[in-house]
Design a protein around this ligand. Structure first.
Ligand code: ADE
Length: 337
């Protein structure tokens, strides 16, 4: 179960998004920093500094961007790095911004380099240099832009170039959620959807969603279907367990894709180290998907380690998949946490 939103889940996800900081559960440090900066900007009547949000998919970066605009009481406009193809696309957006509004770019690491360069002066001093004509007759025309807050999100902070990163006043990392936080999020979602969710049922889902609210909410929807058809509509612990077994989500929240990745690493590459491109080829997956979607959680729970020589399965992973550990010395890369 990847963190990426599937098409049919998009509207559902939208309806569950908290709109204000007070409704947003977890991410305490991020919330503290944001509420302080927002309050300071509001009291001074200034534009909030640019904000970079990074972390694995599904943790609430887009939601937070919307909340920042709501807390500032300004307009919100959103796009994504890969959607902008030519300079004109970016110029059109920048010349239309309203004073102090939030301009949100998702997947900012996928913005084309020549567009990123246009962005530098826009972020630095709200100016846009436009070159008119070609060759000796070319002239540069500078457009003044309204001051705005650029909020950017990325799953790959390491791919954001240093010059772009240096333009953000706030750089905030979102973390995986604790089960207790996910229980609160699930309770709220169940209330909005009108689904009867037992506290024990909520606890089961909270432990099986890989620390990710988007996955928690998606599991809630799937388990609701199961409860409606096979039980009396109520999601109890037993109903949740049964539904998750049917969905092939195990006690760590792993689904087929996670298991395939870990088993390939353990069985085909003797636990590693193996390069991400080789692993991706064997799994017929994109290396980016492995790095952005699957690996962060596997690393967080100590199943997989990234070493300079490649990916390595840990002793914990061997135990979970009930594969005997290779004898010491046989397997150079094995990492014991
Ligand atoms: N839904 C998704 N993420 C959430 C969060 N952090 N708080 C409340 N509801 C959410």
């Amino acid at each position: 179960m990847a963190g990426q939103a599937a098409e049919d889940d998009a509207g559902f996800e939208q309806s569950l998004r908290p709109r204000r900081l007070a409704e947003y559960i977890g991410q305490g440090k991020v919330k503290d920093q944001l509420s302080l900066a927002v309050e300071a900007a509001r009291t001074r009547g200034e534009t909030l500094d640019h904000v970079l949000l990074y972390g694995p998919p599904g943790l609430g970066k887009t939601t937070l961007a919307g909340i920042i605009a709501a807390e500032l009481g300004v307009a919100f406009q959103s796009t994504a790095g890969p959607l902008l193809q030519i300079k004109g696309d970016l110029t059109a957006i920048l010349t239309n911004v309203q004073a102090r509004q939030v301009l949100f770019f998702d997947e900012v690491h996928r913005l084309q380099p020549q567009l990123e360069e246009v962005l530098y002066s826009a972020l630095e001093d709200y100016r846009l240099d436009i070159i008119i004509g070609q060759g000796p007759a070319a002239r540069t025309h500078t457009l003044e832009l309204k001051p705005f807050t650029f909020v950017a999100a990325t799953t790959r902070a390491g791919l954001v170039s240093a010059p772009l990163r240096s333009r953000f006043g706030l750089i905030l990392r979102l973390e995986f959620y604790q089960p207790a936080e996910l229980e609160i999020i699930l309770r709220r979602s169940a209330q909005i959807l009108g689904v009867p969710l037992d506290p024990d049922g909520g606890a089961v889902l909270a432990r099986r969603c890989r620390g990710t609210p988007r996955i928690a909410n998606r599991l809630l929807r799937r388990v609701r279907d199961f409860a409606q058809v096979r039980a009396q509509g109520k999601i109890t612990a037993a109903v949740a367990e049964e539904a998750l077994a049917l969905l092939e989500v195990d006690e760590y929240g792993f689904d087929e894709a996670d298991r395939r990745l870990m088993l390939a690493l353990i069985e085909k590459f003797e636990g590693g180290p193996v390069g991400v491109n080789t692993l991706a080829a064997v799994l017929a997956e994109e290396p980016d998907a492995i790095e952005e979607i699957y690996e962060p959680y596997l690393m967080q729970i100590g199943f997989l380690s990234r070493t300079p020589r490649g990916r390595v399965a840990t002793a914990l992973a061997y135990r979970h998949f009930r594969v005997a550990l290779p004898a010491r010395g046989d397997q150079a890369g094995l990492f014991t946490p």
